[in-house]
Design a binder for this molecule. Structure first.
Ligand code: PEP
Ligand code: MG
Length: 325
């Protein structure tokens, strides 16, 4: 790591004109958790719980999950750890839970599987909440929400688990904050209905880009069409930020866009103040955000919002951010 970047570890993420942004990390493996702490992350915006499930040849038991989650929560306490409930299906298959489908990204994935298999979902929720006992730094994040009933069903199961643990079993647990991922285009158009039902929102730009542009995020043949700077993606992000603000619901971004210097500047200009990214990108993003001012970023956004395609947006941003002061 470059020495000039390393120096930023303990520096705040404040723009040239004094606006503060929170930089969080995405985690999954123990390895990146340590790196996240070393890089001065303010919290975990996305813990991909698929990882402990991928490391076994069967579903982990409640106790196995509780231990893995506890370790993560302890490591970051008192900072918040946002644990996403199981997001299998799509490109993430468990060998012991095979799913055969013609269109996995449009099929049985994320929250859809958990609602069809409450026995898997309830065990995971119990493990998460029990793991947070005495720490109370847990937030729960629901992936692939595409309609209101889905969100309400998931919330109901979360309250059910919480009531059982605290009222019937005597655990001393604070109710975790619960949030929804915004990563399906339908969620963008119902942003206020979703926002008012949760404690926070988190934008998954990887899937949102894939679904908005109809471009498989893993298919090299169409990789050139996959671009988070596509004007349609930027407009969707703008609508999300505005909708969340309208409901006073905190919103963060946890897709790859947040870990890219140009993406991060655009997201800041769009109104996002919490960005969650891979630990390896954290200091690079902090460096660029400390160099630009919010007003300059907003001016740039105004310019690129008039542009017709992703390439023009990208080149304009690149040129502007490279400009010597
Ligand atoms: C996303 O879709 O942007 C996201 C953060 O989740 P994942 O990459 O795990 O699908
Ligand atoms: Mg996703």
């Amino acid at each position: 790591l470059a020495a000039d970047l390393e120096k930023l570890t303990d520096e705040p993420c404040v723009t040239a004109d004094g606006h503060h942004l929170s930089l969080w990390v995405n985690t999954g493996l123990r390895l990146d958790s340590q790196l996240s702490l070393d890089r001065g992350a303010e919290g975990v915006g996305l813990y991909r719980t698929e990882i402990p499930f991928l490391m076994l040849d069967r579903f982990p038991s409640e106790e196995e999950q509780r231990k893995a989650y506890r370790e993560h929560l302890e490591m970051f306490a008192p900072r918040t750890v946002t644990m996403r409930t199981l997001d299998i299906g799509g490109d993430k298959d468990l060998p012991y839970f095979p799913i055969e489908e013609a269109n996995p990204f449009l099929g049985w994935r994320g929250i859809r599987i958990c609602l069809d298999h409450p026995e898997i979902f309830l065990v995971q929720l119990r493990a998460m909440m029990r793991a947070s006992e005495g720490l109370n730094n847990l937030s729960i994040l629901l992936p692939m929400i595409s309609n209101v009933p889905e969100l309400e069903s998931a919330l109901q199961l979360i309250y059910q688990v919480y009531d059982e643990l605290t009222e019937e079993e005597g655990y001393q647990i604070e109710m975790p904050n619960v949030g929804a991922m915004i990563e399906v285009p339908a969620a963008v158009y119902q942003i206020r209905e979703l926002a008012r039902r949760v404690d926070f929102l988190s934008v998954g730009t990887n899937d949102l880009t894939q679904y908005l542009l109809a471009v498989d995020r893993n298919n090299p043949r169409v990789a050139e069409l996959y671009h988070a700077c596509h004007p349609s993606v930027l407009r969707a992000l703008w609508a999300i930020a505005e909708g969340a603000r309208g409901e006073d619901t905190p919103v963060s971004v946890c897709g790859e866009m947040a870990g890219d210097p140009i993406g991060a500047v655009l997201l800041m200009a769009l109104g996002f103040r919490v960005l969650s990214m891979s630990a390896t990108n954290l200091l690079k993003v902090k460096a660029i955000l400390r160099q630009v001012s919010l007003s300059e970023a907003e001016q740039l956004l105004e310019e690129v919002m008039l542009m017709p395609d992703a390439g023009s947006v990208w080149r304009h941003m690149e040129k502007a951010l490279k400009k010597p002061e």
